[in-house]
Design a protein. Structure first.
Length: 333
């Protein structure tokens, strides 16, 4: 449920300044896997290929593939000629577990590495950034940590915002034992700097395509009750409390911010408050009230909505069953 996801993402920590290390491809031991790469026709029949993703410009498709006796590898196809053999690369020391495009020519790879902890062994999960042929893999390292329980040890790394309007940088969310921070990473140089640090019991609810954090929430305890309070950014260090969105964690409904209008007057949220299924509603900032239901379905929960840049009144909604487009209050199959 969206509600459970929101609560799970609340961070109760003040993070230390982040040391974001990058390790070269040579140090990670990337290699060219043995065996001929598959054509697209063969790949379609191969059940040992998974996690396919397409680049933002539609020119490449990347997927993970299993190879007998080796770690999973990455294969990248050129969509201009899918009959051509794909590029492929792997790693001797890292197991690739998932991938996504962060730019047209860059992949974000989820990785797992085996480690020994005393008499036991375990996996350390991290991430790496790669170009399309695997000749340059920049791995996010734990070089600042002294041991596997050090507060500087990275627990998880995810893409926070791929910054589609910025070809050089992305925002990465790094979770450590000491807390969670968002850092801005330059894909060419590997340099990074702290972009945002969550406060106590805070989490980011929504940010725009330029990476500006517009809505956040905070878990507050008062009179024996935990409440989730929402705040809208009106300017630098100017956060306006949205009292109409406040909810107790004992409330049995979900609420997830999907979009904020450019003028900060309207917020779109998905919620199942007072409805049988989760719907997309408009929230009026000036009156702190829900003004209307924007999109709904009588058989499915709406789980997310992506808004076009031309106008706020157009959204594409994703249901658990199918996908529909909505404009004003009309749904189109």
């Amino acid at each position: 449920m969206l509600r459970t996801k929101n609560i799970r993402n609340i961070v109760a920590a003040t993070a230390l300044f982040l040391s974001f290390g990058m390790v070269s491809a040579t140090a990670q031991g990337n290699f060219r896997p043995t065996g001929a790469p598959l054509t697209i026709e063969a790949m379609m029949k191969d059940y040992n290929v998974w996690g396919a993703r397409i680049s933002p410009d539609g020119k490449h498709i990347a997927a993970l593939a299993g190879v007998p006796g080796q770690n999973p590898i990455v294969r990248v196809w050129d969509t201009d000629d899918m009959s051509k053999a794909p590029l492929q690369f792997g790693s001797r020391t890292m197991r690739f577990v998932n991938l996504s495009f962060i730019k047209n020519d860059r992949l974000f790879l989820g990785t797992a590495q085996p480690v020994e902890q005393g008499h036991n062994s375990d996996w350390i999960f991290s991430s790496a950034i790669s170009n399309l042929d695997g000749s340059k893999i920049e791995a996010i390292s734990n070089e600042a940590a002294e041991n596997t329980r050090d507060e500087d040890r990275i627990i998880n790394v995810t893409v926070f915002n791929r910054l589609p309007l910025d070809p050089e940088n992305i925002l990465v969310q790094v979770s450590k034992f000491s807390g969670t921070e968002i850092v801005k990473v330059n894909l060419r140089s590997g340099a990074s700097r702290r972009y945002f640090r969550s406060g106590d019991n805070e989490s980011v609810e929504w940010d725009d395509n330029q990476g500006v954090i517009r809505v956040k929430n905070r878990l507050d305890f008062s009179s024996g009750v935990y409440n989730v309070k929402y705040y809208l950014r009106l300017g630098e260090n100017n956060w306006h409390e949205l009292t109409g969105l406040q909810q107790s964690i004992n409330d049995r409904y979900t609420l997830s911010v999907q979009h904020v209008s450019n003028d900060n007057k309207t917020i779109w949220v998905i919620t199942d408050k007072d409805t049988n299924y989760a719907v997309l509603k408009k929230f009026d900032v000036a009156t702190n009230t829900f003004s209307e239901t924007f999109a709904q379905n009588t058989e499915f929960d709406l789980t997310s909505a992506s808004f076009g840049s031309a106008a706020d009144e157009y959204a594409q909604n994703h249901r658990r069953g199918n996908r529909t487009k909505c404009s004003n209050n009309l749904l189109f199959a």
